[in-house]
Design a protein around this ligand. Structure first.
Ligand SMILES: [Zn+2]
Length: 89
């Protein structure tokens, strides 16, 4: 079984996962001169200059357990064991 075959977390059944990304760079944060407007400047693009690296390491959005790597497609050992147990039931 490959990561692409999964449609939910093997441990708890939750439907989404997250990856921790390493981010590097410098951001520009705009401010206005008046106190009332100081935090109302448009900063919607402030993170655009950052570069990130994708590890592919997928963790469940709910139980936070390691599921596998969505880039290489390899499922984690513990997740693999749980999937085999469920198939034998
Ligand atoms: Zn889970």
């Amino acid at each position: 079984m490959r990561f692409d075959d999964l449609d939910r977390c093997p441990f708890c059944g939750f439907g989404s996962f997250y990856e921790k990304q390493q981010v590097r760079g410098t951001i520009t944060y705009r401010m206005n001169f008046t106190v009332e407007e100081r935090y109302e400047a448009d900063n919607t693009d402030m993170y655009n200059s950052l570069s990130s690296t994708n590890s592919g390491r997928a963790y469940c959005d709910d139980c936070n357990r390691y599921i596998g790597n969505y880039i290489t497609g390899v499922i984690g050992k513990e997740a693999e064991r749980v999937l085999k147990e469920k198939n034998n039931e």
